[in-house]
Write a protein that binds this ligand. Structure first.
Ligand code: E4P
Length: 215
């Protein structure tokens, strides 16, 4: 499973890159707004920092405007993936951009049929939001298993990008189900590497090492 970081924070992205396990980035307007910086001080920097795909979200609402905005976003880097909302205009724009070889990540997916439509339109990625489904007492991860089954049934090339991940269990379940990608907030990513037994083991080994005679 590929790991993307769900962030527009340059320091966090840089740190995740330094760990050597980062495959890409997803951003959204809320994440960018949180940084309080100009777009031109954020998007090109992220695209340079990361080798893999960087999803940048369009905010247009009609298909022709989405296509035009998507093409503009591509100017930030060769690794840009245009993020479009899961609407009928989003589908039409996805089809158009895909024809030009521009990859699209269809976002705000909350049902398996939306995911089927995204694949048929030629989306490179579908982003089902598991945390937001959990928030309304639905089981977000059930949606992931339904989408994986549908895509397997028909051999769709669209990658399942598990989004709105709130805890390490979401990521673990995504990996167990065989999702292609998980996009993870930095704070959750930090928790993955941590285990109290690892910390205690290191402490013990360092203590014991002091007892070994050094010539
Ligand atoms: C996905 O690409 C979105 O940016 C993100 O995962 C949304 O997460 P949230 O529901 O925690 O805001």
């Amino acid at each position: 499973m590929k790991f993307f970081i769900d962030s527009a924070n340059i320091d966090d992205i840089r740190t995740a890159v330094s760990w050597g396990v980062l495959d890409g980035v997803t951003t959204n307007p809320s994440l960018v707004a949180k940084e309080g910086k100009k777009i031109d001080d954020v998007y090109p920097v992220i695209c340079d920092l990361v080798q893999g795909p960087v999803s940048l979200e369009a905010v247009s609402m009609t298909a022709p405007e989405m296509v035009a905005e998507g093409k503009e976003l591509c100017k930030y880097g060769d690794n840009v993936v245009v993020k479009l909302p899961m609407t009928t205009d989003g589908l039409a724009a996805t089809k158009e951009l895909a024809k030009d070889g521009i990859p699209v990540n269809m976002t705000l997916c909350f049902s398996p049929l939306q995911a089927l439509l995204a694949a048929k339109a030629g989306a490179a990625y579908i982003s089902p939001f598991v945390g937001r489904l959990d928030d309304i007492s639905a089981v977000g991860m059930e949606l992931i298993s339904q989408i994986i089954q549908i895509y397997d049934n028909y051999d769709f090339a669209t990658e399942v990008l598990v989004a709105s991940i709130r805890n390490p269990i979401h990521a673990l379940e995504a990996a167990m189900m065989g999702a292609d990608v998980a996009t993870i907030p930095f704070s959750v990513m930090q928790q993955f590497a941590k285990h109290p037994l690892t910390d205690r083991g290191i402490e013990q080994f360092l203590e014991d090492w002091k007892k070994v005679p050094h010539a």
